[in-house]
Design a protein around this ligand. Structure first.
Ligand code: M6R
Length: 611
């Protein structure tokens, strides 16, 4: 939710902290702040309400320098997004500064205790309590790392914290419990961040801090210990992402860049997860093999938001191509019920970030009940990757736009190949059918390129309709999850109200919403459901709705749609990906025409690490 950055070295930390915050702003953008220790040893704090630009302007006008510091970009949990609630927070005497990502669940109890002890609190946040608790221990003569360790055992909930103190101006202390933290290793300097993109310009060598671990980071060393005080040998990983991967590279927005990256991402995925000679899927799965998974009796797939739509799509792929009964649940619901899990049931967790709190909690429940857990995830070293028995990476590169695009189509491609491979292993598909499905996937990157080249029509429609405030998205069977995803994309970035429905459900209620001129985005596939879709479009048209039809066979929409978007011809199994890309573009251009902040929509954060 929030972004954390820290630096200790010999050069000025301020630009590094600001650059890191810029790269992490997708995690939260309510307010931002940094603290550095000046040459004279004094802590210099600056915090601003609103987006990072405010902080940048303030620092431009009144610079602060120092070779050690921490910074934060916030998505508010406790307390309004004001300057007084912005991080870093300090202890009463200004000896300790803390930035925090997560939530302190025993906030009320700790706050009451500190107030009873006479503590003066200056914010409404849970984070400030952490600073006071650490400072109190320092006042009792406890050393900084030990004080942080003790406090980590007192606070409940989830946290990634970075701590700076003028009493120990050569070190940052970081600690994590269910909130990501990564240490970056430089030459004569080291870094900490809540996410890898912040570190890409400086280093590829990182240490992923594990739960209940604390690290003391100086400019030349990193020492890790558990919350029990046991020393742990650091495990250094090499990041494969290119340093430009997290930059806009000439595009107006990250989202647009990420939409345009999809052909490349899918080509790379095919190269990694298929046997190019035989043209068969061969998933590069970490952990258990696909063979081992093929014997499950049932699959329970879960995720949140766009990843939940991927789960719906995975269900269609797996039931259709591998004939394994597959159930789908929202991770936030699954964690609250007692699912029928166990050794014969495979849990399938889908997540771009691998850090979504609900998805991780649901994953734990499945594992506790004896199910094996397969993760489909984009971020290496993330909590889901560590939690799962087996993992398939979606290799989509860093996704910075809050609205998920390339990670979604990457998830679809991986779950499709998984379904085909499971189908082969279970004898549901023969090699010829499997190879023809893989060949259909191989055509997708070029088909998407053609779609992108031909996006002018989508722009025109978006411009014409951008003032509409209510939209309906309809699809059937293979295209139903895509209708839901199209509606989610539009609402999250344009703030227009949009609902996705299975077209067959219209008559059971939603048709009452139809009014003259209401845009209905109808996804018409090539399969047998096309005729039924046409009938549903007729019903909407009869009520004067404004129909935007998407199909690779535009003649199916003759006389039915006001606007027709012709998509490249593909098979029924692979065309959902093409419809998804077209709807991403539609949402993007509508939001842009409405003047919305496409990459940082209001109230949202890229990865939701609190419940
Ligand atoms: O990182 P995850 O895939 O677990 O995130 C799940 C959702 O929070 C995410 O897909 C969200 O719905 C996006 N904003 C959708 O564009």
């Amino acid at each position: 939710m929030c972004g954390i950055i820290g630096h200790v070295g010999t050069t000025c930390s301020t630009p590094i902290l600001l650059d890191g915050l810029r790269r992490l702003e997708y995690r939260g953008y309510d307010s931002a702040g940094i603290v550095v220790i000046s040459e004279s040893g004094a802590p210099l704090l600056r915090r601003c309400e609103g987006k990072l630009r405010g902080l940048e302007n303030s620092l431009f006008e009144n610079p602060m320098t120092g070779t050690i510091g921490i910074g934060h970009t916030r998505w508010a949990t406790h307390g309004k997004p004001t300057e007084r609630n912005a991080h870093p927070h300090r202890g009463e005497n200004g000896r300790v500064y803390v930035v925090h990502n997560g939530i302190v669940e025993n906030f009320a109890e700790l706050r009451e205790r500190l107030l009873a002890e006479g503590c003066q609190l200056t914010s409404d946040t849970d984070t400030e309590l952490i600073a006071h608790l650490i400072e109190k221990r320092l006042d009792d003569g406890v050393k900084l790392a030990e004080a942080v360790r003790q406090v980590c055992r007192v606070i409940r909930g989830s946290f990634g914290i970075a701590v700076l103190s003028a009493t120990h101006p050569d070190r940052l202390i970081v600690a994590r419990l269910r909130s990501p933290l990564v240490v970056g290793l430089g030459e004569n300097e080291n870094f900490v961040a809540s996410d890898v993109p912040a570190l890409l310009p400086y280093t590829r060598r990182v240490i992923y801090l594990q739960d209940e671990q604390l690290a003391v980071v100086t400019r030349t060393a990193v020492a890790i210990q558990t919350f029990d005080g046991k020393a742990v040998a650091p495990e250094v990983s090499e990041i494969k992402w290119d340093r430009h991967a997290a930059e806009k590279e000439g595009f107006r927005h990250y989202m647009l860049k990420e939409i345009y990256e999809q052909p490349r991402v899918l080509r790379e995925l095919l190269a990694i997860h298929t046997d190019r000679g035989e043209r068969l899927p061969r998933l590069d799965m970490v952990g258990e093999s696909v063979d081992g998974l093929a014997h499950c009796n049932r699959i329970l797939a879960f995720g949140c938001g766009t990843a939940w739509h991927s789960c719906l799509m995975a269900r269609t792929f797996i039931e259709e191509l591998a004939r394994i009964p597959t159930e789908v649940d929202y991770a936030s619901e699954l964690r609250g019920r007692r699912p029928f899990a166990g050794p014969g049931v495979l849990g399938l967790a889908i997540s771009q970030s691998g850090e979504t709190a609900d998805t991780l909690a649901a994953a734990m429940i499945m594992r506790k009940q004896g199910s094996r857990l397969l993760g489909i995830c984009n971020v290496e070293g993330s909590s889901l990757v560590r939690e799962a028995d087996s993992v398939v990476h979606t290799h989509s590169g860093p996704e910075i736009g809050v609205a998920s695009t390339k990670a979604f189509t990457g998830q679809l491609m991986v779950s499709f190949l998984l379904a085909v491979e499971l189908g082969l292993r279970r004898g549901v598909l023969d090699k010829d059918r499997a190879a023809s499905l893989v060949r259909a996937c191989e055509r997708l990157p070029e088909q998407i390129e053609n779609l992108l080249l031909d996006s002018e029509k989508i722009q025109q429609i978006a411009w014409e309709l951008h003032q509409k405030t209510d939209w309906l998205y309809l699809g059937r069977r293979w295209l139903y999850p895509i209708a839901l995803e199209g509606a989610l994309k539009l609402k999250e970035i344009s703030y227009a109200h949009a609902e996705g429905y299975p077209a067959g459900e219209m008559k059971h209620g939603p048709i009452a919403l139809l009014e003259p001129g209401l845009p209905v985005v109808a996804l018409v596939g090539t399969g047998p459901s096309a005729d039924k879709m046409r009938a549903n479009i007729q019903e909407a048209k009869a009520r004067d709705a404004l129909i935007i039809g998407l199909s690779s066979e535009p003649h199916l929409l003759d006389g039915l749609a006001h606007h027709v978007l012709e998509l490249p011809a593909s098979r029924v199994e692979t065309e959902p990906i093409l419809h998804a890309v077209a709807l991403q573009l539609l949402a993007y251009y509508v939001a842009d025409a409405r003047g919305c902040d496409v990459d940082q929509p209001r109230n949202l954060a890229k990865s939701v690490t609190v419940e």
